[in-house]
Design a protein. Structure first.
Length: 453
């Protein structure tokens, strides 16, 4: 079964999106190409007065009455994610451990180190020390990192040989290795970032390492448990660091890091708001809860769309249409994503990876919402100068098959919307229903609407 990531990559492939379209058509077949949209309405007094005067419709449109105007003018409005009722919906960014990795990468060549260790682990090697040296020397990583990995391996090998016991104790080897590393800080310092390589900075770092040497050696086992190279762990790192820092310094450092992360994620959400639009649709037309939540407590209405001829316009309108993915794990810019991108300049590396992530985040909700059977039309807005942002959020809708009035909609409002529909030649074939409570079950049933004028 094809993954959501693969579908999104297919969608973003300008030359060949056949994989995405093929899977979309299969999904459409299961729902008979029908989707629905619940609509809340306001200014009901004005709607009730609708006659043959089109000026009322214009006033309603100016009042952001997109439900009414989107019906009459046949468009889907792709809203900003910030207006969704679920505080977690579309609100994603970098996780704390990913942010911690970026902080570490500011000071040392952390990503290359992590990738280098991962490559070594993926190789099922059974070789001697000399062969291992040759393997590292041929790796596509910076020389400073090669030297550090070689030193790490040789220091570990020597620590094992120096253990006089027949039974090797890992805690002894860890302490010996840490001692060798701290006695030779050059190997750590060589792959620090250039801004830390001034004489004053280097000497200050060496002095700090020397002053904390005993505590660092004592913490060797704690550091091993963290396994920071394979998986950055913000809380775990500062728990260990707390043994060497003053409590006030520790609190200040963790608070500052979390505040910076919060600011960074706010910028991400702001960018998502301005660059993407989302229109929510559903497979369910008679769900009592959804009528309550999304159609003004049954006083609104619902539009039925026929998508048979709509698929071919998706590419032109830069729209990704697909069922929502429901899961308990939040989408975030995690360590795996950060390994593939340059977060400081996306144009250099990782633009497509980040686009996939953003679309996946917009298409993912917590499992609690699974009952809604939601589909999402996600539009990439871009930055066209010709149209305003509001106009770019509007897309010609699929064919409208029918409209369903909520069972608490006032009769005067039903008649007003009915008049609007009959004033529009493109909606003459529209079927109009009203929802009725089933007398024997907790169920809503549609019946044809017949106005009495």
């Amino acid at each position: 079964m094809i993954s959501l990531d693969e579908l999104l990559e297919s969608f973003l492939n300008k030359k060949d999106d056949s994989q995405y379209i093929s899977n979309l058509l299969k999904e459409m077949e299961t729902i008979d190409y029908k989707l629905y949209r619940y609509v809340s309405i306001s200014y009901i007094d004005e709607i009730a007065k609708i006659s043959k005067d089109n000026r009322i419709l214009k006033r309603l449109s100016k009042n952001n009455q997109y439900g009414i105007s989107s019906l009459v003018q046949s468009f889907l409005f792709h809203n900003k994610p910030e207006f969704f009722n679920d505080p977690f919906d579309c609100n994603f960014g970098m996780g704390i451990n990913g942010f911690f990795m970026e902080i570490m990468d500011l000071f040392m060549d952390y990503k290359n180190l992590s990738n280098g260790v991962r490559k070594i682990e993926e190789e099922e090697m059974n070789m001697g020390l000399d062969n291992f040296r040759d393997y590292i020397k041929n790796m596509d990583i910076p020389d400073s990192l090669k030297n550090f990995l070689l030193f790490t391996f040789e220091a570990t090998f020597d620590s094992i040989k120096e253990d006089p016991n027949d039974e090797i104790k890992m805690e002894n080897i860890q302490q010996k290795f840490m001692s060798k590393l701290l006695d030779n800080p050059k190997y750590l310092i060589d792959f620090l970032r250039p801004q830390l390589k001034t004489d004053a900075a280097l000497q200050g770092l060496i002095n700090q390492i020397d002053s904390k040497k005993d505590k660092l050696i004592e913490s060797a086992d704690d550091m091993k448990q963290l396994n920071l190279i394979q998986k950055p762990d913000f809380d775990g790192f500062f728990q260990v660091a707390g043994k060497m820092l003053n409590p006030s310094d520790l609190i200040s450092a963790t608070t500052k890091a979390k505040d910076q992360l919060s600011d960074y994620n706010k910028k991400i959400f702001s960018m998502i708001n301005s660059q993407f639009g989302v229109c929510s649709l559903t497979q369910k037309f008679n769900d009592v809860l959804m009528w309550s939540h999304y159609a003004d407590s049954h006083k609104g209405f619902l539009i039925e769309y026929d998508l048979h001829d709509y698929i071919e316009s998706l590419r032109e309108n830069k729209i990704f249409l697909y069922p929502v993915s429901y899961q308990d794990e939040r989408v975030s810019i995690d360590e795996n994503i950060l390994q593939k991108i340059n977060i400081h300049d996306i144009s250099i590396e990782g633009k497509n990876t980040l686009a996939v992530l953003f679309l996946k985040g917009l298409l993912t909700k917590k499992k609690d919402w699974e009952i809604e059977k939601e589909w999402r039309s996600i539009r990439i807005l871009g930055s066209q100068d010709v149209l305003s942002e509001m106009e770019r959020r509007k897309v010609k809708s699929p064919k409208i098959n029918g409209i369903y009035f909520g069972n608490k909609m006032p009769e005067s409002v039903k008649k007003g919307i009915y008049r609007l529909i009959k004033m529009n030649p493109t909606l003459n074939d529209l079927s109009i229903y009203e929802m009725i409570n089933d007398t024997s079950d907790y169920r809503l049933e549609p019946q044809k609407y017949n106005p009495n004028f």
